[in-house]
Design a protein around this ligand. Structure first.
Ligand code: ATP
Ligand code: MG
Length: 290
């Protein structure tokens, strides 16, 4: 099976009928082992490197990849793996943390803009403005801290944020930024195992955070928030991929396939050499050969 086809089955272009429970976090498609997937993974990474070189040379499109997930779903590992083959010069990763005091003085999209990828580049958001309809929705106190004028905080606030996000993404798409969004779909059971490993294995201790264990208590609220987010923000120009995350090797395979598929759809090529440029090349050759 072609990996490009594989990614399509996890892609949501229209969230209207989306239900998270239809997606199995342990799904591995037609694949059953990391060994079986290895060759395809390596091929996809090589393909991605080739496509990125063209994206960069063409200097026209940019690609924005957004990763959202529960803790321990493997965002960092996936980003590291997927990007292992690409030229760091044309790629930047930005991790969105709790907003600073300055950032809280502005609208919720304000801090995003300066981290968007420039033309020819791939930008990766490790978390994003989507936290504004996730953690902010699950914890009313976080919304309170945003200090919005009270009359603007109504029961429609999440609908309004979805609408604003859709408009923002449409604007970006219309200006040449291709957006692909990944929800790494981890099961509660697998999260527990990964947290336990962080406690048990000394080299993973640094990853352990008390706050993460606490957030786990809000599991169902988060699942509901993720589902609603995907329902309202999956569009043709900025689709969500619901990536099974209980098996890391499959997560890597599916995400790589989605990126390759996206870049291939752009029909990228190196800029054409025109007559004037060809003359320049010939002149340069003569100079060097003298
Ligand atoms: P990660 O958990 O993504 O691997 P980390 O552990 O290195 O990252 P954290 O200190 O956990 O870093 O930073 C991410 C935290 O910031 C998360 O709890 C996330 O929900 C929170 N956060 C990100 N964006 C926002 C936002 N707009 N509003 C409130 N909280 C946010
Ligand atoms: Mg964390």
């Amino acid at each position: 099976m072609k990996t490009a086809k594989l990614a399509k089955s996890y892609r949501i272009d229209n969230g209207k009928h989306f239900r998270l429970k239809d997606y199995d976090p342990a799904d591995t498609g037609h694949w059953h082992s990391v060994e079986q997937a290895k060759e395809h993974l390596e091929k996809d990474i090589a393909r991605m490197a080739d496509l990125q070189a063209k994206l960069y040379a063409q200097d026209c499109w940019s690609l924005l990849l957004i990763f959202q997930a529960m803790d321990a779903a493997g965002k960092d590992g996936t980003i590291k793996h997927v990007m292992s083959g690409v030229n760091p010069e044309g790629c930047q990763v930005y991790s969105f943390k709790v907003p600073s005091a300055t950032e809280l003085q502005h609208d919720f999209l304000w801090r995003t803009t300066e981290h968007l990828p420039e033309r020819g580049h791939i930008g990766i958001f490790n978390r994003s403005y989507y936290e504004e309809v996730l953690i902010v929705r699950v914890h009313p106190k976080v919304l309170e801290a945003e200090n919005l004028p009270p009359e603007l905080v109504t029961r429609n606030i999440w609908e309004e944020r979805f609408e604003d996000i859709r408009s923002f993404e449409r604007h970006m798409a219309r200006n040449g930024t291709v957006i692909r969004k990944f929800f790494l779909n981890l099961s509660k059971k697998e999260q527990k195992l990964r947290f336990l490993a962080r406690l048990d294995e000394p080299e993973k201790n640094w990853k352990f955070s008390d706050a993460d264990i606490h957030e786990r208590e809000y599991w169902d609220d988060y699942q509901a928030a993720f589902e609603d987010m995907i329902r309202h923000t999956a569009t043709r120009h900025a689709p969500w991929y619901i990536i099974p995350a209980d098996n890391k090797w499959f997560t890597h395979l599916a995400v790589s396939a989605a990126i390759v598929e996206t870049l291939e759809e752009l029909d990228l090529s190196y800029p054409k050499v025109d007559a004037a440029k060809r003359k320049e090349i010939q002149a340069a050759r003569r100079m060097l050969e003298k």
